[in-house]
Design a protein around this ligand. Sequence first.
Ligand code: PLP
Length: 409
Amino acid sequence: MAKLNENYSKLPATYLFTEIGRRVAKFKSENSSADIIRLGIGDVTQPIPQVCIDAMHAAVDEMSRAETFHGYGPEQGYDFLIDAIIRSNYAGLGIERDEIFVSDGSKCDCGNIQEIFSTDSKIAITDPVYPVYLDSNVMAGRTGDLQSDGHFAGVTYLPCTAENNFAPELPKSRVDMIYLCCPNNPTGTTLSKSELQKWVNYARENESIILFDSAYAAYITEAGVPKSIYEIDGALDCAIEFRSFSKTAGFTGIRCGYTVIPKTVCGRDRDGNLKPFNPLWNRRHTTKFNGTSYITQKGAAAIYTPEGQSQVKSLVGYYMENARIIREGLQKAGLEVYGGINAPYIWLKTPNQMKSWDFFNKLLTEVKIVGTPGAGFGACGEGYFRLTAFGDRQNTLRAMERIQNDLRF
Ligand code: PLP
């Protein structure tokens, strides 16, 4: 009989957002008139920029005529989009056309990238963390079982808490793959240039690869916070970067992202020779993916026009104003908060050392607000809680009023 991939059985049975959904549905069934405000899941709520709509309409019209019809495109992405990405995000950073791979979003890329690494590679992840990095490695068999402390055997966890200012320490023993997410989901914090330099130096000294997820780069508001790992000296030799149009331009339902793999990023083959990772990803991408739709890529490229840049700025600005309202609202209520300045996530310390899930229940039952328990992102997220700035303005303001006036702690 065919056998299952047993690695999947190592994963916890319930997915975080399924459990949140279950609890909210139960509350709703017992309190049918409750006016619930959702500041939990990280999906956007505002329409995509008009330039993208116009570009996609025009692309649909092109599809209606044989002379301008587009069938399969290059799996790696159309040059018009790749060139616009390089011009806007990587000018002067040494990135070339064949080092960018357009995809249908960075969740798949972050999850699939591990395929081009040897299965015995050692991984390091920050804790708390966006779950995809860890789960995809569990599925691939790169970890042992889940232990009673909530950690998988064989994984190097890098705690990120208020005590270390959410800047992880270097691993004590050597690792091959290091996942860094900056701006961070869930903590909403960023790493400074010097912190990132420390990681690049470590990676170069140890022949490790940094997998740098900057899906929220567009939310960086402070000068001096790097948007790309390639702003750091030496990163072209040791870092792969993931970007997404999801939060930049509201593409969560349209789907577009990209991965950058400089040809100078190398690993060792079985004979100990240095070989680049880029051709492996190219091979994987062209074998397993048939390209992001032409219409989508046209929509994505539109954000790099001057008009597109200004529309993206106002979209991001809308959410970041929500972030400010949440940050200041929570502070006014007497809560300790982090993030929300260079990211659409606000990470708060639960009052009176309350457990994350207890705070979730309190918030839901007392003020009818849904957030995300920090413990759902890793053991070090216990005692923290995530709110997102992706709601609409009215609900964000109402949520803060409720917390300030009606939440007792
Ligand atoms: N990376 C991080 C840190 C995220 O939070 C998300 C989405 O929430 C993604 C990647 C995936 O984005 P998408 O697949 O929509 O491009």
